[in-house]
Design a binder for this molecule. Structure first.
Ligand code: SF4
Length: 79
């Protein structure tokens, strides 16, 4: 993970830059939310990103996915 994309949280933990902003937007996200976006470091994305909404590509969200979508004015995937 490029250090420039992260912000230290503790001595052994970092978070993606931008994810603690208001509103949050990861520095690695490209595109326009609600239109078309992509993770520019998809093959190297951190563990929490790999665990997030694992079936979203199949149109099946989860509560975290629904919260994120609502934050941007979108309905949950399964509504
Ligand atoms: S999947 Fe990519 S763009 Fe989304 S939060 Fe993780 S690193 Fe950032």
């Amino acid at each position: 993970m490029p250090v420039a994309l992260t912000v230290p949280v503790t001595a052994t933990l970092v978070r993606m830059r931008g994810t603690d902003d208001g509103p949050p937007r990861c520095i690695a996200l490209a595109g326009e939310i609600g239109q078309e976006v992509k993770c520019t470091i998809y093959d190297r994305r951190p563990g929490p990103c790999r665990d997030f909404a694992p079936f979203a590509a199949l149109g099946i969200g989860d509560e975290g996915c629904a919260r994120a979508r609502r934050r941007h004015g979108m309905k949950p995937l399964d509504e």
